[in-house]
Structure formats: C-alpha cells, structure tokens
Design a protein around this ligand. Structure first.
Ligand code: GRF
Length: 202
C-alpha cells in the first residue's frame, strides 16, 4: 500500500507509522510526507528515514480548493492510494476527498463524537469526563465526523493536566493509527453508511 502523510507539526504519529513499517508489522510504503508548515518537525523525521518531503504553503493559494487541488496532484504524482492526516491542521475540501474517495484517514485525540475540533483534550478535562481516548476515522466533509475505524480508551485522572492527558492519549494513538492503516492495507474495511465494517482476519 502506497501512502502519503500530511502533517503540520511534531510528527509523532508519522514516526509511529514509520517504526511499524520498518519493523515489518505494517505492509505499507510512505511515498511522501507533505507539510503546510516549513518548520514542522515531522519533515525532519521523514528525511531521517529517506522519505521524500514537500512543503506546500497554503498561503500561496487563493483558497482551500486550489490548495487541495495542488495537494491531490502532488499525492497522485507519488502514486499515493491512501492519504493519512497526521496532525495536519487544515480542513480538507471535497476536492481532496473526491480525488481519494474513502481513502483519507484522520486521527483525533478524543472519543468521537465527543469533543471534535481543536483542543479536544482540554475540552475533555473541562467537561469532567472520566474516560477519553482517540479515534481513527475516514475523513468526510465535516470536522471529525467521518465513519469510525478504531477507538482506544484511556482514564482521565483527577490531577490530569492537558499535557498528562495528551501524553496518555498519544501512546494509544501511536498504536491504533498503524493498526487502522494495516486494516486498510489488507482490504478489511468496508464503509456502509455511517458504519465501518471490519472483516475478520483471514
Ligand atoms: C495528535 O494529537 C492527533 O490526534 C491530532 O494532532 C496531533 C498530532 O500529533 N490530530 P503528532 O504531530 O503526530 O505528534
């Protein structure tokens, strides 16, 4: 499976995917890593592993559609079949989704549909929930609304800060994102309306 990873920041999820590919437990190849931020640490991580990188500046485009058309073209030129959003801080449009139907994944640091959007961990702490977690889902036209593939749960502790809760959640992110890509690579995911059906392992 040829994947393209879109990033804006640290890239710890990108790293988790690279590690699983390199240890032979994820049958995929990262064809390119694309960032809308020139200084994203994720780009350094990719370079360290010999993965082609691109900085695609959204400020050079008049609107989201024209930016997404450029993104889609770049991904296509690398032969990408699955687009993986890993801390990509941009809303994607139907232009990108149409170019990769049912083939764009995202990870969100909360148990969707709770706490979509920005600062999900802070939202969870403020609400006072006793568990939170993370969600890998197909991307649709809404914000964090697409069909759910895998979720993982973590406890929320009384003395948690945004940092401690985020760290606990990230540990699970780094496990379930490669797992979800694995399911996609093995053709085990079928989207039926809102639901993702996961075929049993052969
Ligand atoms: C993660 O918390 C992810 O859930 C959210 O953005 C963050 C990216 O972190 N979508 P990293 O860049 O992968 O370290």
């Amino acid at each position: 499976l040829t994947i393209g990873v879109l990033v804006s920041g640290n890239g710890s999820n990108l790293q988790a995917i690279i590690d699983r590919i390199e240890d032979g437990t994820l049958p995929a190849r990262i064809a390119c890593v694309i960032s809308n931020k020139a200084d994203a640490n994720a780009l350094e991580r990719a370079k360290r592993h010999g993965i082609p990188t691109h900085f695609l500046d959204h400020r050079a485009h008049a609107g989201r559609e024209s930016y997404d058309a450029a993104l889609a073209e770049l991904l296509r030129s690398h032969g990408v079949r699955l687009v993986v959003l890993a801390g990509f801080m941009r809303i994607v449009t139907p232009i990108l989704l149409g170019a990769f139907p049912h083939a764009v994944l995202n990870i969100h640091p909360a148990l969707l549909p709770a706490f979509p959007g920005l600062h999900a961990q802070q939202q969870a702490l403020q609400y006072g929930v006793k568990v939170s977690g993370c969600t890998v889902h197909f991307v649709d036209e809404g914000t964090d609304t697409g069909p759910i593939i895998i979720q993982a749960v973590v406890p929320v502790l009384d003395n948690d800060t945004e940092e401690t809760l985020s760290a606990r959640i990230q540990k699970e992110e780094h496990r379930i994102y490669p797992d979800a890509i694995h399911l996609f690579a093995k053709d085990r995911l079928t989207v039926e309306g809102r639901k993702v059906i996961v075929a049993p392992a052969p």
